[in-house]
Design a protein around this ligand. Structure first.
Ligand SMILES: Nc1nc2c(ncn2[C@@H]2O[C@H](COP(=O)(O)OP(=O)(O)O)[C@@H](O)[C@H]2O)c(=O)[nH]1
Ligand SMILES: [Mg+2]
Length: 375
């Protein structure tokens, strides 16, 4: 990477998109670590439809400067995005911003990249838009594999994300057989020929160099104009139920916080799976608040998957703060019920839910929407 490619006084703005559970936050952390190790200043921006984000807690626990935009996606909270960048600039003067949009969001080029470049081009240098994907999810959606999938309107949003990507990153290659990776890459090149295709593992930090070079050195295309039906987009997004909750756990006897999160994840999965509903991403953190800054973090990205313990607490704990973010193609009431029953199933642990909200995302109403310029 050549730092001199960033124009003096301008910060590079990199957006890493992709559907829920694709590995965006893992990739953001990986890129931020790479840049930090090179002595470059980085500011991260997380985003969600509501507050109390696992992603923000996870990225902060790694020591990065993070601003969170809650209550709507970047396109609908465009001014909050600018404020977040300003706040980070005051605190740490980042040379590179890395932003993670909401995983059910699309039309980011028209509503975020173009407005940033055309109105605030003196402050930001806009990188190509990346869209990460989970290979098994993508293989099911593109018809390469059978298995549980989302309904057609959710798939519409998923495909639109890929249609506007400058770079498609087939993530999780560490857990992927070569033949499927090749079939997937060929299907993506065929269906989304505008995109550069990369394969790598954000989790292991392997195979990412070509992609990082692309987003750190190239500029996004100016010609993309996504043909998007906002009614279908809104309907697809609203099929996803959303739940964010926080709870306080207390126990007289020390317990294993990592096992507790895995137990909760399986309980929630089984309840939602029993209704034939598909989980997009369930993620939870347990912060023992013991001053060490370590967290237990568990994710689950399918109703027929196994929960992944991605960060662990080393010692047994006597309590702590539990954060739950659940997104699934299901009635939000079902999500709420699944969470309450899972928390109630914890034996010997007193739990108090402190904050809980569940809803369907509202229709996206972007602040700006700009067309690509004809080549
Ligand atoms: N095997 C594997 N798992 C990954 C990789 N990247 C992310 N994950 C896992 O995928 C799940 C979702 O990751 P996350 O970064 O939160 O996805 P996001 O919703 O797109 O931000 C977590 O369990 C991660 O540990 C990868 O490269 N390989
Ligand atoms: Mg994330």
């Amino acid at each position: 990477m050549n730092p001199s490619k960033t124009a003096i006084g301008k910060a590079r703005y990199i957006m890493i998109g992709g559907f829920l559970g694709a590995g965006k936050t893992t990739a953001v952390a990986r890129l931020a670590r790479r840049l930090t190790d090179q002595g470059r200043r980085v500011g991260l921006i997380s985003n969600d439809q509501s507050r109390g984000l696992v992603d923000t807690a996870l990225l902060r626990s790694k020591g990065f400067a993070v601003e969170e935009i809650a209550g709507g996606c970047f396109c609908c909270r465009f001014n909050s995005l600018l404020e977040a960048a300003e706040k980070l600039t005051k605190e740490t003067a980042p040379e590179v911003f890395v932003a993670e949009p909401v995983g059910s969001c699309t039309d980011l080029v028209a509503t975020v990249s173009y407005p940033l470049r055309r109105i605030y081009g003196d402050r930001f240098e806009i990188a190509p838009l990346s869209v990460l994907l989970d290979p098994l999810r993508a293989a099911r959606i593109l018809g390469l594999e059978t298995g549980r999938a989302f309904s057609e309107k959710v798939v519409y949003v998923y495909r639109k994300q890929l249609e506007e990507a400058d770079a498609v990153v087939i993530n999780k290659c560490d857990a992927l057989e070569d033949p499927l990776r090749e079939r997937l890459a060929a299907a993506i090149r065929d269906s989304f020929p505008q995109a550069e295709v990369f394969c790598g593992s954000a989790k292991e930090g392997t195979g990412l160099d070509g992609w990082f070079e692309f987003i750190l050195e190239s500029n996004g295309r100016e010609s993309t104009s996504l043909d998007l039906d906002y009614d279908r987009y809104a309907e697809g997004e609203a099929l996803l139920g959303w739940l964010n909750a926080t709870a306080r756990l207390e126990s007289a006897a020390p317990f294993d916080g990592n096992q507790l999160l895995l137990h909760l994840a399986r309980h929630i999965r089984d309840r939602i799976g029993a209704e034939g509903r598909e989980i997009a991403h369930l993620k939870m953190t347990l912060d023992a608040e013991d001053g060490t800054g370590t967290l237990s973090v568990v994710s689950l990205v399918r109703s027929d998957g196994e929960p992944d313990l991605r960060e662990s607490l080393l010692d047994r704990v006597e309590g702590g703060a539990l954060v739950i973010n659940l997104r699934a193609e299901a009635d939000p009431e079902l999500l709420c019920d699944a969470i309450e029953k899972a928390v109630a199933s914890l034996s010997g642990i007193r739990s108090t839910i402190q904050h809980s909200e569940h809803f369907r995302p509202a229709r996206p109403q972007p602040v700006h929407r700009m067309k690509g310029e004809a080549l």
